[in-house]
Write a protein that binds this ligand. Structure first.
Ligand code: ZN
Length: 206
């Protein structure tokens, strides 16, 4: 084979390889089975050493054939829809912050106010603030709140990010954290997170 490939043009080589593989199918299969682990390890090592190049090639191919990729994805989904749904659901459950972080990033990009934060920075900030709603102390599912709202020019930098429950986040709307806290105190909603919860205290300790 080596001798053949060195003396024949690529197009012939391809046909030759196909014919050769077909003629030696059983042999090849037996070889793959007997050397299974060894071949897998080789493949893994090759991938690790050439990761960037392989991914660039995959991207090049998929960019060149967008329709083909969509068809392939649609066919795969049709065949495996239950499996895909289960995987997506499990992923979202395991990574709720990650999903939210991505959605927030997309939204912030539209406003184009500058600033950005990593998922790690977000997790650290939420941990620092006790993983409770900044405004009412609710320890449930957190959402990403912008102290100065994006709609009012606030950045997506970590300094402008606070954890908020979805209730407070949607009530806060276009208010800044200060404005919303003032409203909470006026309307006596400050205790909704539990007895004695004072968002201002938390706020000052920020
Ligand atoms: Zn809240």
């Amino acid at each position: 084979m080596k001798q053949y490939t060195s003396t024949h043009p690529p197009r012939d080589r391809k046909a030759y390889k196909k014919a050769y593989d077909q003629a030696h199918r059983a042999e090849n299969a037996a070889y793959r089975i007997s050397k299974g682990e060894e071949l897998k390890a080789k493949k893994r090592a090759y991938y690790a050493a050439n990761r960037e190049r392989i991914l660039a090639n995959v991207k090049k191919r998929s960019d060149a054939n967008p329709d083909k990729i969509l068809d392939y994805q649609a066919a795969y989904y049709e065949k495996n829809s239950e499996k895909v749904k289960r995987t997506v659901k499990a992923y979202r459950k395991a990574n709720p912050l990650k999903k939210m972080h991505l959605e927030n990033k997309r939204r912030a990009r539209k406003f184009n106010n500058g600033g950005s934060h990593t998922l790690d920075e977000l997790i650290e900030k939420f941990n620092q603030l006790g993983n409770v709603c900044f405004y009412c102390g609710n320890p449930g599912k957190m959402t990403i709140d912008h102290d100065i709202p994006l709609s009012r020019g606030g950045t997506d930098g970590i300094d402008n990010i606070l954890p908020a429950c979805s209730r407070c986040n949607s009530k806060k709307k276009d208010k800044t954290a200060d404005e919303y806290i003032q409203k909470l105190s006026r309307t006596n909603h400050a205790a909704i997170g539990g007895v004695g919860w004072k968002p201002q205290q938390k706020y000052e300790g920020r």
